[in-house]
Write a protein that binds this ligand. Structure first.
Ligand code: ZN
Length: 541
Protein backbone atom coordinates (compact mmCIF):
# COMPACT_ATOMS: atom_id res chain seq x y z
CA UNK A 1 0.00 0.00 0.00
CA UNK A 2 1.05 3.52 -0.48
CA UNK A 3 1.88 5.81 2.34
CA UNK A 4 -0.17 8.92 2.65
CA UNK A 5 1.60 12.20 2.88
CA UNK A 6 -0.12 15.09 4.49
CA UNK A 7 0.83 18.37 5.94
CA UNK A 8 2.84 19.58 2.97
CA UNK A 9 0.57 22.53 2.58
CA UNK A 10 1.10 26.18 3.02
CA UNK A 11 2.88 27.40 6.07
CA UNK A 12 2.91 30.79 7.55
CA UNK A 13 6.21 32.51 7.52
CA UNK A 14 6.33 34.22 10.89
CA UNK A 15 9.60 33.68 12.62
CA UNK A 16 9.03 29.96 12.33
CA UNK A 17 9.05 29.43 8.62
CA UNK A 18 12.45 28.30 7.78
CA UNK A 19 14.53 26.52 5.33
CA UNK A 20 14.03 22.83 5.43
CA UNK A 21 16.55 20.56 6.92
CA UNK A 22 18.77 21.29 9.82
CA UNK A 23 22.42 21.84 9.75
CA UNK A 24 24.98 20.70 12.14
CA UNK A 25 28.39 21.97 12.76
CA UNK A 26 27.75 25.65 13.00
CA UNK A 27 27.48 26.84 16.52
CA UNK A 28 28.09 29.62 18.85
CA UNK A 29 27.13 30.73 22.29
CA UNK A 30 23.41 30.80 22.48
CA UNK A 31 21.80 33.82 23.89
CA UNK A 32 18.62 33.55 25.82
CA UNK A 33 15.51 35.30 24.70
CA UNK A 34 14.64 37.56 21.86
CA UNK A 35 16.59 39.83 19.67
CA UNK A 36 18.13 42.92 21.14
CA UNK A 37 15.43 45.46 21.28
CA UNK A 38 16.62 48.57 23.03
CA UNK A 39 15.02 51.43 21.24
CA UNK A 40 17.35 53.99 19.89
CA UNK A 41 16.81 57.35 18.32
CA UNK A 42 17.25 56.77 14.64
CA UNK A 43 18.19 58.98 11.77
CA UNK A 44 15.06 61.01 12.13
CA UNK A 45 15.84 62.06 15.64
CA UNK A 46 19.57 62.35 15.73
CA UNK A 47 20.28 65.12 13.31
CA UNK A 48 22.37 62.69 11.34
CA UNK A 49 23.03 62.73 7.64
CA UNK A 50 19.99 63.08 5.49
CA UNK A 51 18.00 64.33 8.38
CA UNK A 52 16.90 67.64 6.98
CA UNK A 53 13.20 68.19 6.89
CA UNK A 54 12.31 65.23 9.04
CA UNK A 55 10.54 65.53 12.28
CA UNK A 56 12.09 64.07 15.34
CA UNK A 57 9.68 61.24 15.92
CA UNK A 58 11.35 58.15 17.26
CA UNK A 59 9.70 54.81 16.84
CA UNK A 60 10.64 51.94 18.99
CA UNK A 61 11.37 48.62 17.47
CA UNK A 62 9.70 45.70 19.11
CA UNK A 63 10.76 42.22 20.00
CA UNK A 64 10.23 39.51 17.42
CA UNK A 65 6.90 38.52 18.89
CA UNK A 66 5.66 42.06 19.09
CA UNK A 67 6.16 42.46 22.82
CA UNK A 68 8.76 44.65 24.40
CA UNK A 69 10.77 42.40 26.63
CA UNK A 70 13.95 42.70 28.64
CA UNK A 71 17.01 41.78 26.70
CA UNK A 72 18.37 38.95 28.74
CA UNK A 73 21.79 39.17 27.16
CA UNK A 74 22.42 42.68 28.29
CA UNK A 75 20.09 42.61 31.24
CA UNK A 76 18.78 45.96 30.16
CA UNK A 77 15.15 46.77 30.09
CA UNK A 78 14.01 47.67 26.65
CA UNK A 79 11.44 50.03 25.38
CA UNK A 80 11.15 53.77 25.72
CA UNK A 81 13.00 53.96 29.02
CA UNK A 82 16.05 52.42 27.49
CA UNK A 83 16.24 54.62 24.46
CA UNK A 84 19.32 56.50 25.41
CA UNK A 85 21.57 53.50 25.19
CA UNK A 86 22.62 51.31 22.34
CA UNK A 87 21.25 47.79 22.40
CA UNK A 88 24.55 46.20 23.00
CA UNK A 89 26.96 49.08 23.39
CA UNK A 90 28.39 48.00 20.09
CA UNK A 91 31.95 48.97 19.54
CA UNK A 92 34.09 47.83 16.72
CA UNK A 93 36.97 45.99 18.32
CA UNK A 94 40.36 47.37 17.45
CA UNK A 95 42.07 45.12 15.01
CA UNK A 96 38.92 43.75 13.50
CA UNK A 97 37.38 46.60 11.74
CA UNK A 98 37.27 50.02 13.18
CA UNK A 99 38.18 52.86 15.32
CA UNK A 100 35.99 52.10 18.26
CA UNK A 101 33.01 54.30 17.64
CA UNK A 102 29.63 53.17 18.81
CA UNK A 103 26.75 52.43 16.55
CA UNK A 104 23.20 51.67 17.51
CA UNK A 105 21.73 48.29 16.82
CA UNK A 106 18.26 49.58 16.45
CA UNK A 107 16.99 52.60 14.65
CA UNK A 108 13.66 54.13 14.15
CA UNK A 109 12.22 54.00 10.70
CA UNK A 110 13.37 56.86 8.58
CA UNK A 111 10.36 59.05 8.43
CA UNK A 112 8.43 59.93 5.32
CA UNK A 113 9.02 60.23 1.59
CA UNK A 114 10.18 57.87 -1.12
CA UNK A 115 13.48 56.20 -0.36
CA UNK A 116 16.60 57.39 -2.14
CA UNK A 117 17.62 54.38 -4.18
CA UNK A 118 21.00 55.84 -5.17
CA UNK A 119 21.01 54.14 -8.55
CA UNK A 120 19.76 50.74 -7.39
CA UNK A 121 17.08 49.83 -9.87
CA UNK A 122 13.86 48.07 -8.76
CA UNK A 123 12.90 47.42 -12.39
CA UNK A 124 16.15 45.60 -13.07
CA UNK A 125 15.78 43.66 -9.82
CA UNK A 126 12.22 42.65 -10.73
CA UNK A 127 13.35 41.52 -14.20
CA UNK A 128 16.11 39.35 -12.75
CA UNK A 129 13.69 37.77 -10.27
CA UNK A 130 11.25 37.14 -13.11
CA UNK A 131 13.85 35.49 -15.28
CA UNK A 132 15.00 33.22 -12.45
CA UNK A 133 11.41 32.36 -11.47
CA UNK A 134 10.85 31.02 -14.97
CA UNK A 135 13.37 28.26 -14.24
CA UNK A 136 10.93 26.02 -12.40
CA UNK A 137 9.29 22.64 -12.46
CA UNK A 138 5.67 22.84 -13.58
CA UNK A 139 3.07 23.53 -10.88
CA UNK A 140 2.28 26.36 -8.49
CA UNK A 141 5.07 28.71 -7.48
CA UNK A 142 8.73 27.95 -8.07
CA UNK A 143 10.20 24.48 -7.63
CA UNK A 144 13.95 24.41 -8.27
CA UNK A 145 15.44 21.82 -5.98
CA UNK A 146 18.99 21.42 -4.72
CA UNK A 147 21.50 19.85 -7.10
CA UNK A 148 19.22 19.62 -10.11
CA UNK A 149 19.68 20.73 -13.72
CA UNK A 150 17.26 23.58 -13.09
CA UNK A 151 19.35 24.84 -10.21
CA UNK A 152 22.44 24.72 -12.43
CA UNK A 153 20.64 26.69 -15.13
CA UNK A 154 19.91 29.38 -12.55
CA UNK A 155 23.61 29.39 -11.64
CA UNK A 156 24.52 29.73 -15.32
CA UNK A 157 22.22 32.71 -15.65
CA UNK A 158 23.86 34.28 -12.59
CA UNK A 159 27.30 33.59 -14.10
CA UNK A 160 26.31 35.28 -17.36
CA UNK A 161 25.01 38.38 -15.59
CA UNK A 162 28.15 38.62 -13.51
CA UNK A 163 30.45 38.33 -16.52
CA UNK A 164 28.46 41.09 -18.17
CA UNK A 165 29.06 43.18 -15.06
CA UNK A 166 32.81 42.70 -15.45
CA UNK A 167 33.45 39.82 -13.05
CA UNK A 168 35.37 36.62 -13.57
CA UNK A 169 33.32 33.59 -12.69
CA UNK A 170 34.33 30.26 -11.23
CA UNK A 171 32.52 27.34 -9.64
CA UNK A 172 33.91 25.65 -6.55
CA UNK A 173 33.85 21.87 -6.16
CA UNK A 174 30.57 22.04 -4.22
CA UNK A 175 28.82 23.83 -7.07
CA UNK A 176 28.82 27.27 -5.49
CA UNK A 177 29.23 29.87 -8.22
CA UNK A 178 31.67 32.63 -7.31
CA UNK A 179 32.03 35.82 -9.34
CA UNK A 180 35.04 37.96 -8.53
CA UNK A 181 35.37 41.69 -9.11
CA UNK A 182 39.02 42.64 -8.81
CA UNK A 183 40.16 45.11 -6.20
CA UNK A 184 43.14 47.46 -6.22
CA UNK A 185 44.98 45.02 -4.03
CA UNK A 186 44.66 41.70 -5.83
CA UNK A 187 45.98 39.63 -2.94
CA UNK A 188 43.83 41.22 -0.29
CA UNK A 189 41.18 38.95 1.21
CA UNK A 190 37.79 39.25 -0.45
CA UNK A 191 34.60 40.80 0.79
CA UNK A 192 31.71 38.59 -0.20
CA UNK A 193 27.98 38.69 -0.62
CA UNK A 194 25.36 36.32 -1.96
CA UNK A 195 22.76 33.70 -1.15
CA UNK A 196 21.18 30.65 -2.80
CA UNK A 197 19.22 29.94 -5.98
CA UNK A 198 17.48 26.67 -5.11
CA UNK A 199 14.01 26.45 -3.59
CA UNK A 200 11.67 24.19 -1.65
CA UNK A 201 8.73 22.52 -3.41
CA UNK A 202 6.21 25.09 -4.65
CA UNK A 203 8.11 28.01 -3.21
CA UNK A 204 8.10 31.71 -3.90
CA UNK A 205 10.67 33.54 -5.98
CA UNK A 206 12.45 35.48 -3.24
CA UNK A 207 13.86 33.14 -0.61
CA UNK A 208 17.58 33.11 -1.35
CA UNK A 209 17.09 34.49 -4.83
CA UNK A 210 16.62 38.04 -3.52
CA UNK A 211 20.12 37.87 -2.03
CA UNK A 212 21.65 36.64 -5.27
CA UNK A 213 19.82 39.30 -7.27
CA UNK A 214 21.05 41.87 -4.75
CA UNK A 215 24.58 40.65 -5.44
CA UNK A 216 23.99 41.05 -9.18
CA UNK A 217 22.56 44.53 -8.68
CA UNK A 218 25.53 45.47 -6.49
CA UNK A 219 27.96 44.42 -9.23
CA UNK A 220 25.97 46.31 -11.85
CA UNK A 221 25.77 49.52 -9.84
CA UNK A 222 29.47 49.43 -8.96
CA UNK A 223 30.29 48.88 -12.65
CA UNK A 224 28.08 51.82 -13.64
CA UNK A 225 29.66 54.05 -11.04
CA UNK A 226 33.16 52.87 -11.93
CA UNK A 227 33.77 52.25 -8.24
CA UNK A 228 37.11 50.77 -7.33
CA UNK A 229 37.60 48.85 -4.11
CA UNK A 230 40.72 47.88 -2.20
CA UNK A 231 39.54 44.34 -1.64
CA UNK A 232 38.30 42.03 -4.31
CA UNK A 233 34.54 41.57 -4.11
CA UNK A 234 33.11 38.10 -4.48
CA UNK A 235 29.49 37.49 -5.39
CA UNK A 236 28.30 34.03 -4.53
CA UNK A 237 25.36 31.86 -5.52
CA UNK A 238 25.38 28.95 -3.09
CA UNK A 239 24.25 25.52 -4.17
CA UNK A 240 21.67 23.43 -2.37
CA UNK A 241 20.66 25.64 0.56
CA UNK A 242 17.16 24.30 1.00
CA UNK A 243 16.79 20.98 2.77
CA UNK A 244 13.57 20.18 0.92
CA UNK A 245 15.16 17.55 -1.30
CA UNK A 246 17.73 15.89 0.95
CA UNK A 247 16.58 16.87 4.45
CA UNK A 248 19.78 18.83 5.01
CA UNK A 249 20.00 22.58 4.61
CA UNK A 250 22.98 24.64 3.45
CA UNK A 251 24.72 21.82 1.58
CA UNK A 252 26.86 24.12 -0.57
CA UNK A 253 27.81 26.55 2.17
CA UNK A 254 28.43 23.70 4.60
CA UNK A 255 30.90 22.21 2.17
CA UNK A 256 32.49 25.64 1.71
CA UNK A 257 32.85 25.83 5.49
CA UNK A 258 34.41 22.37 5.68
CA UNK A 259 31.51 21.06 7.77
CA UNK A 260 30.42 18.17 5.55
CA UNK A 261 31.96 14.78 4.94
CA UNK A 262 31.79 12.49 1.95
CA UNK A 263 30.00 9.89 4.06
CA UNK A 264 27.32 12.43 4.91
CA UNK A 265 26.90 13.29 1.23
CA UNK A 266 26.46 9.60 0.51
CA UNK A 267 24.08 9.00 3.40
CA UNK A 268 21.59 11.78 2.69
CA UNK A 269 19.08 10.76 0.07
CA UNK A 270 16.03 12.25 -1.59
CA UNK A 271 12.59 10.64 -2.01
CA UNK A 272 13.87 8.56 -4.90
CA UNK A 273 16.85 7.26 -2.95
CA UNK A 274 19.36 9.45 -4.84
CA UNK A 275 22.13 10.60 -2.51
CA UNK A 276 23.60 14.10 -2.45
CA UNK A 277 26.85 12.56 -3.69
CA UNK A 278 25.10 10.91 -6.64
CA UNK A 279 23.22 14.08 -7.51
CA UNK A 280 26.47 16.07 -7.43
CA UNK A 281 28.28 13.54 -9.61
CA UNK A 282 25.41 13.54 -12.07
CA UNK A 283 25.95 17.29 -12.52
CA UNK A 284 29.70 16.91 -12.95
CA UNK A 285 30.81 17.75 -9.42
CA UNK A 286 33.12 15.49 -7.47
CA UNK A 287 31.66 15.04 -3.96
CA UNK A 288 34.95 13.76 -2.55
CA UNK A 289 36.77 16.82 -3.81
CA UNK A 290 33.97 19.06 -2.55
CA UNK A 291 34.21 17.59 0.95
CA UNK A 292 38.00 17.92 0.91
CA UNK A 293 38.20 21.46 -0.47
CA UNK A 294 36.62 24.02 1.83
CA UNK A 295 37.07 27.72 1.25
CA UNK A 296 40.30 29.12 2.66
CA UNK A 297 39.64 31.59 5.49
CA UNK A 298 42.71 33.63 4.56
CA UNK A 299 41.08 34.47 1.23
CA UNK A 300 38.10 36.14 2.91
CA UNK A 301 37.70 39.31 4.97
CA UNK A 302 33.94 39.24 5.64
CA UNK A 303 30.68 38.06 4.11
CA UNK A 304 27.22 39.67 4.01
CA UNK A 305 24.01 37.97 2.96
CA UNK A 306 20.82 39.77 2.04
CA UNK A 307 17.71 37.65 2.56
CA UNK A 308 13.97 38.09 2.83
CA UNK A 309 12.90 38.07 6.46
CA UNK A 310 10.40 35.19 6.18
CA UNK A 311 8.59 36.74 9.12
CA UNK A 312 6.56 39.87 9.67
CA UNK A 313 8.59 41.90 12.14
CA UNK A 314 9.86 44.41 9.58
CA UNK A 315 6.53 44.78 7.84
CA UNK A 316 4.63 45.31 11.07
CA UNK A 317 7.18 47.83 12.26
CA UNK A 318 7.43 49.48 8.84
CA UNK A 319 11.16 49.07 9.07
CA UNK A 320 13.17 48.83 5.86
CA UNK A 321 16.06 46.65 6.96
CA UNK A 322 16.90 44.11 9.64
CA UNK A 323 20.46 43.54 10.81
CA UNK A 324 20.57 39.96 12.06
CA UNK A 325 22.25 39.36 15.40
CA UNK A 326 21.29 35.74 16.03
CA UNK A 327 20.35 32.82 13.83
CA UNK A 328 18.19 30.18 15.48
CA UNK A 329 19.43 26.67 15.85
CA UNK A 330 17.28 23.67 15.13
CA UNK A 331 16.93 20.14 16.40
CA UNK A 332 15.21 17.88 13.95
CA UNK A 333 13.78 14.50 14.86
CA UNK A 334 12.07 11.70 13.05
CA UNK A 335 9.58 9.81 15.21
CA UNK A 336 8.30 6.43 14.05
CA UNK A 337 5.22 5.15 15.84
CA UNK A 338 4.56 1.44 15.59
CA UNK A 339 0.98 0.36 16.17
CA UNK A 340 -0.86 -2.67 14.83
CA UNK A 341 -2.63 -2.49 11.49
CA UNK A 342 -5.90 -4.37 11.33
CA UNK A 343 -9.41 -4.23 9.92
CA UNK A 344 -11.35 -1.06 10.79
CA UNK A 345 -14.63 -2.97 10.97
CA UNK A 346 -13.52 -6.14 12.64
CA UNK A 347 -11.37 -4.57 15.38
CA UNK A 348 -13.19 -3.21 18.44
CA UNK A 349 -12.34 0.34 19.53
CA UNK A 350 -10.91 -0.82 22.81
CA UNK A 351 -7.57 -2.56 22.70
CA UNK A 352 -6.44 -1.03 19.41
CA UNK A 353 -2.87 0.05 18.76
CA UNK A 354 -3.59 2.94 16.40
CA UNK A 355 -0.36 4.64 15.39
CA UNK A 356 -2.18 7.67 13.99
CA UNK A 357 -4.16 8.54 17.12
CA UNK A 358 -0.86 8.41 19.01
CA UNK A 359 0.70 10.61 16.30
CA UNK A 360 -2.17 13.07 16.69
CA UNK A 361 -1.22 13.40 20.34
CA UNK A 362 2.40 13.88 19.31
CA UNK A 363 1.49 16.79 17.04
CA UNK A 364 -0.41 18.49 19.84
CA UNK A 365 2.31 17.76 22.39
CA UNK A 366 4.87 19.55 20.20
CA UNK A 367 2.61 22.59 20.01
CA UNK A 368 1.78 22.53 23.69
CA UNK A 369 5.39 22.30 24.83
CA UNK A 370 6.44 25.18 22.60
CA UNK A 371 3.52 27.32 23.78
CA UNK A 372 4.46 26.83 27.42
CA UNK A 373 5.65 30.09 28.97
CA UNK A 374 8.99 28.49 29.81
CA UNK A 375 9.53 28.16 26.07
CA UNK A 376 8.81 31.73 25.05
CA UNK A 377 10.39 32.08 21.63
CA UNK A 378 10.71 28.37 20.94
CA UNK A 379 9.06 27.06 17.78
CA UNK A 380 8.15 23.39 17.39
CA UNK A 381 6.55 22.06 14.24
CA UNK A 382 5.41 18.74 12.87
CA UNK A 383 5.65 19.37 9.14
CA UNK A 384 5.45 15.86 7.77
CA UNK A 385 3.34 12.87 8.60
CA UNK A 386 3.55 9.59 6.70
CA UNK A 387 0.77 7.15 7.48
CA UNK A 388 0.97 3.46 6.56
CA UNK A 389 -0.70 1.54 5.15
CA UNK A 390 -2.76 4.64 4.35
CA UNK A 391 -5.98 2.81 3.67
CA UNK A 392 -9.51 3.91 4.56
CA UNK A 393 -10.32 0.45 5.88
CA UNK A 394 -7.14 -0.32 7.83
CA UNK A 395 -6.16 0.98 11.26
CA UNK A 396 -2.88 2.89 10.76
CA UNK A 397 -0.03 0.55 11.64
CA UNK A 398 2.94 2.87 11.31
CA UNK A 399 3.28 6.64 11.33
CA UNK A 400 6.48 8.51 10.71
CA UNK A 401 6.52 12.19 11.58
CA UNK A 402 9.05 14.96 11.70
CA UNK A 403 9.58 17.35 14.60
CA UNK A 404 11.51 20.56 14.03
CA UNK A 405 12.45 22.56 17.13
CA UNK A 406 13.95 26.03 16.61
CA UNK A 407 15.36 28.26 19.27
CA UNK A 408 17.92 30.97 19.88
CA UNK A 409 18.84 29.25 23.14
CA UNK A 410 20.82 26.08 22.52
CA UNK A 411 20.06 24.44 25.87
CA UNK A 412 16.37 25.19 25.72
CA UNK A 413 16.24 23.95 22.12
CA UNK A 414 17.53 20.53 23.14
CA UNK A 415 15.49 20.41 26.34
CA UNK A 416 12.36 21.16 24.34
CA UNK A 417 13.11 18.32 21.93
CA UNK A 418 13.75 15.97 24.84
CA UNK A 419 10.55 17.02 26.59
CA UNK A 420 8.50 16.43 23.45
CA UNK A 421 9.98 12.94 23.10
CA UNK A 422 9.31 12.18 26.76
CA UNK A 423 5.67 13.16 26.52
CA UNK A 424 5.11 11.46 23.18
CA UNK A 425 6.59 8.28 24.65
CA UNK A 426 4.14 8.45 27.55
CA UNK A 427 1.24 8.87 25.11
CA UNK A 428 2.49 5.94 23.03
CA UNK A 429 2.80 3.73 26.12
CA UNK A 430 -0.78 4.49 27.06
CA UNK A 431 -1.88 3.51 23.57
CA UNK A 432 0.32 0.39 23.32
CA UNK A 433 2.22 1.96 20.45
CA UNK A 434 5.99 1.59 20.07
CA UNK A 435 8.23 4.60 19.46
CA UNK A 436 11.56 4.95 17.67
CA UNK A 437 13.32 8.30 17.70
CA UNK A 438 15.98 9.28 15.21
CA UNK A 439 17.97 12.51 15.37
CA UNK A 440 18.02 13.88 11.83
CA UNK A 441 20.03 17.00 12.46
CA UNK A 442 21.05 19.29 15.26
CA UNK A 443 22.42 22.79 14.90
CA UNK A 444 23.18 25.28 17.61
CA UNK A 445 22.12 28.90 17.29
CA UNK A 446 24.74 31.18 15.81
CA UNK A 447 25.64 34.63 17.06
CA UNK A 448 26.81 36.80 14.20
CA UNK A 449 29.68 39.15 15.04
CA UNK A 450 28.61 42.52 16.35
CA UNK A 451 31.32 44.40 14.51
CA UNK A 452 30.11 43.17 11.12
CA UNK A 453 26.55 44.13 12.00
CA UNK A 454 27.74 47.63 12.81
CA UNK A 455 28.78 48.11 9.21
CA UNK A 456 25.24 47.26 8.18
CA UNK A 457 23.59 49.52 10.74
CA UNK A 458 26.10 52.28 10.01
CA UNK A 459 25.31 52.06 6.29
CA UNK A 460 21.57 52.13 6.99
CA UNK A 461 21.89 55.14 9.25
CA UNK A 462 23.97 57.06 6.76
CA UNK A 463 21.46 56.31 4.01
CA UNK A 464 18.59 57.41 6.25
CA UNK A 465 17.11 53.93 6.07
CA UNK A 466 15.20 52.57 9.08
CA UNK A 467 16.64 49.44 10.60
CA UNK A 468 16.59 47.23 13.64
CA UNK A 469 18.59 44.35 15.02
CA UNK A 470 16.68 41.10 14.86
CA UNK A 471 16.86 37.36 15.16
CA UNK A 472 16.52 34.94 12.27
CA UNK A 473 14.23 31.98 12.86
CA UNK A 474 15.43 30.28 9.69
CA UNK A 475 18.85 28.88 8.91
CA UNK A 476 20.95 30.56 6.26
CA UNK A 477 24.17 30.14 4.31
CA UNK A 478 25.65 33.02 6.33
CA UNK A 479 25.65 30.89 9.49
CA UNK A 480 27.88 28.35 7.75
CA UNK A 481 30.09 30.96 6.12
CA UNK A 482 30.53 32.60 9.53
CA UNK A 483 32.79 29.63 10.23
CA UNK A 484 35.06 30.72 7.37
CA UNK A 485 34.89 34.48 7.74
CA UNK A 486 32.89 36.90 9.90
CA UNK A 487 29.38 37.14 8.47
CA UNK A 488 26.46 39.52 8.68
CA UNK A 489 22.92 39.47 7.35
CA UNK A 490 20.60 42.10 5.94
CA UNK A 491 16.89 41.27 6.09
CA UNK A 492 14.28 42.91 3.89
CA UNK A 493 10.52 42.75 4.60
CA UNK A 494 8.36 39.79 3.62
CA UNK A 495 4.74 40.60 2.83
CA UNK A 496 2.57 39.12 5.58
CA UNK A 497 5.65 37.23 6.71
CA UNK A 498 4.93 34.49 4.17
CA UNK A 499 7.71 32.27 2.85
CA UNK A 500 8.14 28.83 1.31
CA UNK A 501 4.83 29.35 -0.47
CA UNK A 502 3.99 30.78 -3.91
CA UNK A 503 2.50 33.87 -2.23
CA UNK A 504 5.91 34.87 -0.87
CA UNK A 505 6.50 38.52 -1.82
CA UNK A 506 8.95 41.32 -1.25
CA UNK A 507 8.63 44.50 -3.27
CA UNK A 508 11.50 45.22 -5.68
CA UNK A 509 11.76 48.69 -4.13
CA UNK A 510 12.35 47.12 -0.71
CA UNK A 511 15.00 44.87 -2.23
CA UNK A 512 16.61 47.91 -3.87
CA UNK A 513 16.73 49.72 -0.52
CA UNK A 514 18.21 46.64 1.13
CA UNK A 515 20.72 46.27 -1.68
CA UNK A 516 21.78 49.87 -1.23
CA UNK A 517 22.44 49.20 2.45
CA UNK A 518 24.24 45.95 1.59
CA UNK A 519 26.47 47.67 -0.97
CA UNK A 520 27.20 50.63 1.29
CA UNK A 521 28.10 48.20 4.09
CA UNK A 522 30.50 46.36 1.78
CA UNK A 523 32.10 49.65 0.74
CA UNK A 524 32.39 50.75 4.37
CA UNK A 525 34.02 47.42 5.22
CA UNK A 526 36.35 47.86 2.26
CA UNK A 527 37.46 51.29 3.42
CA UNK A 528 37.80 50.40 7.09
CA UNK A 529 39.58 47.09 6.62
CA UNK A 530 41.69 48.71 3.91
CA UNK A 531 42.79 51.42 6.36
CA UNK A 532 43.77 48.80 8.88
CA UNK A 533 45.89 46.67 6.62
CA UNK A 534 46.53 48.79 3.55
CA UNK A 535 49.46 50.78 4.86
CA UNK A 536 51.53 47.72 5.57
CA UNK A 537 51.07 46.13 2.21
CA UNK A 538 50.91 49.09 -0.09
CA UNK A 539 53.25 51.85 -0.91
CA UNK A 540 53.14 54.85 -3.20
CA UNK A 541 49.44 55.36 -3.10
ZN1 ZN B 1 16.83 31.00 2.02
Amino acid sequence: MTATRTGAGRRRGDATAASEGATDGANGPAAQGSSATAAEPGPAGTGGPGDAGRTGGTRHAEAADGATVPDSRTGRPNGPAAQSSSAAGETVPAGTGGTGHTEAAVSAEAAGGAPDLAGFDPRRIADALEELAALSEPGPGVTRLAYTRLERRAHELFARWMREAGCTVATDPAGNTIATRAGRRPHAPALGTGSHLDSVYQAGRFDGIAGVVAAVETARVLAERGTETEHPLRFVAFAGEEGARFGQACLGSKLAAGLSSLSELRARTDRDGISVADAMSELGFDPAEAAATPWRPEEWAAFLELHVEQGSVLERGQIAVGAVDLISGSTRLELTLHGRASHTGGTPMRGRSDALTAAAEAVLVAEEVALDVRHHGTRATVGRLDVAPGSITTIPGTVTLSVDVRDVDADRQRETAAEIVRRVRAACDRRRVGLDVRLLADTSPVVLPVWVRQFITGAARQAGVGYRAMTSGASHDAQMINRVTPAGMVFVPSREGLSHVPEEWTSPVDIAVGTRVLTDALLRLDRRLGQLSGGERESGR
